[in-house]
Design a protein around this ligand. Structure first.
Ligand code: SF4
Length: 387
């Protein structure tokens, strides 16, 4: 049986490999295989899987890659993920990727889709626009059509026809994945000392770079191994981290928060595999099932409109209560318009609910951890002393 150390070492190797050796090997293992890259925050991975392709989550270059060419394409006052994604492209690290999907998160990723089309015209690419209207007859009809177009694009890319049963089978596998992911999060919320946040983070990121069948086995193995680990329980406070759904903080920042005295019991890091909160039905029309799931059982996050102002932040407050967090750290990428526009509204609601919170900004290549440790440590102490 694998230990958690074995599993996490494999995840870390995948996370650090900006040449995507494992995805290249998957593609080379059989003729005709295709790899489809995608950016945060959410796309229906089920369709890519049903097309027989490997979905490859791309979250920029992190803090390991120097951005040289990418800066030339963007002004200084936007976030870093589009620049480092361009850098991955121009340095040929993505030269094996057959298709790219750019979901609607904000103007930056939408515009990146146009730049990608011009720079890499040989790569099939799609701007995938999700609805901001959550009425089944309006947003639902629109979104089902968008899913149909995505399906047709994948048919053309692969030269095969994706059947409804193929999609239903993929939905079943991703339902299992989401269930296991929820189990890992519930395990960590119950015994956070048994599942360090950096381990859980790496486990989730690895799943966005490998076939879902393999990730399901890995999650089950991790849950079995983590329950047997003997780790000391520290006098940490329980916090939830929100605002980090797109550009990711460096791994050292994630570790620093825990080292400063905080157990992270919930987060929205790289939301992809937790975007839908329940199973998607495997009967009926599979595109309508995915569409309705997006409208009705997806998380609240900054790239989704909340139609009624009084509902803003309710999702986060309910999540804080469910995971038993004693405070919230709202950590956002620098220049992230969606998250920074949300910040005063979400933090205002946390204040009304009497939930202690702090906020800071980061970039995927932030190098100075000491200020973050001091801020998170002081926050933890203030909760212990006064909450
Ligand atoms: S980090 Fe924020 S601003 Fe940048 S691409 Fe992502 S959602 Fe858009």
């Amino acid at each position: 049986m694998s230990t958690t150390a074995d599993i996490i070492a494999r995840c870390q190797a995948l996370y650090e490999d900006l040449d995507f050796t494992a995805a290249r090997a998957w593609k080379a293992a059989a003729p005709g295989r295709r790899v489809v890259g995608y950016l945060p925050v959410y796309i229906p991975l089920e369709l890519i899987h049903a097309a027989g392709c490997l979905p490859l989550g791309l979250f920029g270059g992190g803090d390991q890659m120097e951005v040289i060419h990418g800066d030339a394409y963007y002004q200084s006052y936007i976030c870093r993920i589009p620049r480092s994604t361009i850098e991955l492209g121009v340095t040929k690290r993505l030269d094996f990727v057959d298709g790219m999907i750019f979901p609607f998160v904000c103007d930056v990723i939408r515009n990146l889709s146009g730049i990608w089309k011009m720079m890499f015209p040989q790569v099939w690419s799609k701007f995938f626009d999700t609805p901001q209207n959550f009425d089944r007859s309006i947003g639902g009809t629109y979104y089902t059509q968008e899913l149909r177009e995505l399906r047709q694009g994948l048919d053309t890319l692969t030269g095969r026809t994706i059947g409804d049963d193929d999609i239903r089978r993929s939905i079943g596998l991703y339902n299992e994945n989401r269930r296991l992911v929820r189990q890992v999060y519930a395990f960590r919320a119950k015994q956070p000392w048994q599942a360090p946040t950096a381990d859980v983070y790496l486990l989730m990121r690895a799943g966005l770079m490998m076939p879902v069948e393999e990730h399901n086995q890995m999650l089950a193995a991790y849950l079995a191994a983590a329950a047997l680990d003997q780790r000391p329980k520290r006098d940490n406070v329980r916090v939830a981290i929100y605002g980090s759904f797109c550009e990711q903080p460096p791994l050292n920042l994630i570790k620093s928060i825990e080292m400063a005295g905080c157990y992270v019991v919930d987060d929205d890091y790289a939301l992809v595999n937790r975007f839908l909160t329940e199973d998607v039905p495997v009967d009926g029309d599979p595109l309508e099932a995915l569409s309705t799931a997006y409208l009705e059982i997806s998380v609240e996050t900054s790239c989704k409109y909340v139609p009624r102002e009084e509902d803003k932040g309710k999702f986060h407050i309910a999540a804080v209560k469910q995971c038993g967090a004693e405070g919230v750290i709202y950590a956002t990428p620098s220049f992230c318009d969606p998250a920074l526009l949300d910040r005063p509204m979400i933090c205002g609601r946390l204040k009304e609910a009497g939930i202690p919170h702090i906020a800071f900004k980061y970039a995927e290549n932030s190098g100075q951890m000491q200020p973050i440790r001091e801020q998170a440590g002081t926050f933890a102490d203030s909760i212990k002393l006064w909450s």
